[in-house]
Every structure is written in structure tokens, then in C-alpha cells.
Design a protein around this ligand. Sequence first.
Ligand code: GLA
Length: 389
Amino acid sequence: MTYLDPGDPQHFATRLRSAFADRYGRAPAVVGRAPGRVNLIGEHTDYNRGLVLPVALPHATYAAAAPRADGRVRVGSRQQDDEWEGTIATAGPGGPQGWAAYAAGVLWSLTEAGFDLPGMDLLVDGSVPLGAGLSSSAALECSVAVAALAVAGVTLDDDTRARVVQACIRAEGEVAGAPTGGMDQAVAMLAEDGSALLIDFDTDESRPVPLPLPALTLLVTDTRVQHELTDGGYGERRADCEAAAAELRLPSLRAASLEQVERIRDDRVRRRARHVVTETARVQPVADALVAGDREELARLLALSHASMRDDFEISCEELDAAVAVAIESGAVGARMTGGGFGGSSVAVVPDERVEAVMRAIDTEFALRGFTAPAHLRAEPSAGAGLVG
Ligand code: GLA
């Protein structure tokens, strides 16, 4: 069985400091950390001004940084062979490609947002699985932002955190070319230990929802079906939602009722909009059911959410459907796919004593069906980004 341990932050920081010294010949000044996330409910609702309920993972990306006097920037990763080199001015749109766009692009967008950053060397490492729908990209952006701002002597207060969220969204959209909605960067910067984060994208307000989860585990299964938000499917869903809002003459689908949505002419656009409206309506009830420990209600709402993503929004796949079905058959309270879709991960709410059985049952089913072996992790609600050590 593949079980992904988050690793100890101090251990990561120590290892990263020595890798940094080996590579760049000097010690880093700071190490920043930003978590991946798993979304419990509210999928593809963020860019429709809806509600979301993500949890920050204990799995995180770490970024070590040291300033340079010559204005140059180098960005390396312990997981990647290539290194990007340039300046903050050349780290914008059309500059760095691939993974480096997420890292270096943030230096550009922070500068655009008015922060005065020096040149710097950066090295990243982490425990967030890549392409698993667990926001390794937002974790990368936010860890770099935290390290870069510390190098520049900027204090990470609430106002700065909010500006970092916007700068990271901008880097992901304009430099990396992924038109994402903002949930991932918001939870990476704003989450509180032990809580989920309820975010309302209509008012841009968020509040922690404490999740003691007595006797329950949030079990995440990475199907190992790779997902890329730059592939087109994500952008197509977003375009359909915008078309739906335009047809209804509304600023966004947040303002739409189910009756209005059912009048949309095109079948596909109608189903996309129906998912968004019904999904937003499930967010507060799921938060309430989690807090109250209401297992029946959780089961019902998570099942409705998964069916809506599978049938109306069409972002699930065989492996996700299998992981969800088997989790429930083998003792989970409820389960659904999570994240952008087209692969990635499922999340299940599982009684503690059933976690091992659920993981094994999913592994067995995947092996029988000839799927790549999945990986599992426990999503203990964790804190947002900060400095380590
Ligand atoms: C990705 C995006 C988010 C959000 C989810 C779907 O993770 O980055 O902004 O749209 O997909 O809920």
C-alpha cells in the first residue's frame, strides 16, 4: 500500500537548508512553508462567486530563499531537474515555463502588487503529491511568496496574506496559464490549524470551521490519474458557466436560482449551471453536518455532490468513481471526488477504525481493474502558510 506521510516540517527545513547550501554555496536566509489542500465540498464554485469548504493538508511545499545583490533570480526544485534563471522582470507572462512559472511567476506578481523584492536564489521541496488535485501548484506559489516576502523584510499580517492570495492567483492565471478560481491560494494562506475554511467568493469573506471530527478521519485517495488545469477541460467548464450566467443576464451563477437554470436552452450548459447552483447550496449544510457529526446527512450530501460532478459537470472518471464507491461499500460515512477533476483525488469521511479496511479495499479494486495503484493520505486539518524555524 502507498501511504503518503506528510513529513515533519523541521526535518524538511533542515534537509532543504543543506540542499540549498550544496547547490548555491551559501546558507538560505529563510524557509517558507505552504500547505496543499483537499476540498470537502463546493467544487467549481469559486469562480462562480459561490461557497467552498477546503481543508489545508499537513502535506506542504517548502521554499528556501536567500537574497542576491545583483537582482538575478534562480529557482530550483528538489523534485525537478531543470532550474530557471532570470530576473523578476523576466519572470512574468511569456517567461518561465512548466513548474517554474508557478514559482518565479509569483515574484513577478508580488512586485506588480507593489512589494519591493530583491533578486534571490530559491530552492523548493515538498510532500504534496503533484498533479493529484491537492493544489501542489498553490502550495508552491504560496511557499515562494512567504519566503520571498521574508527575504524582503515584509511582515506577514492579515492584509499581506490577502494580497499574497491575489498575487498567487494572478501568477497562476497570467504566467502559468491556469485560469483557476482562488480557493487553493486562499486556503493555503488563510487556513487555521484544526479547522476547515468556509470561503464565500461573493463577499470574499472567510471563516474557520473548527473540525474536531471525533472518531472520524478525512481520507484522501490519489487515483494517480494525472490532471492538468491548463489542459482545456477546466477552462471549458468555466466558459460554460460564464455562458450560463450571460444567458440569464446575471453577473455570476451565484445569483441564479434552480428554476432559472432549468430554463437554459443548451443541455450541456444547463447541466453545468445546475451543478454550480446545487453544489453551492450544499456547502453550508456539509459544514453543519461535519460540526454536528451528522453522518446520515453527510452521506447524503457527499453522494449528491459526487453524482452532480459525474453527471452534470462531467469531471469525474472511472478511477474516481471506483474509489468513491468502494470507500462507501467498505465503511466510509461518505465520499466524493475532490478538486478540479479529470483525475486527481477522492476524499472520504471514514470512521477511524475503518480507515485501513477502506484503503485496502480501494487498492484491491484498483488492482482487479488494472488501474495504477493509488496512494492514500490522512487530511488532518492544518495551518496556512508561514515560516519554518
Ligand atoms: C482547482 C482550481 C480551484 C477550483 C477547483 C475546483 O483546484 O484551482 O480554483 O476551481 O479546481 O473546485
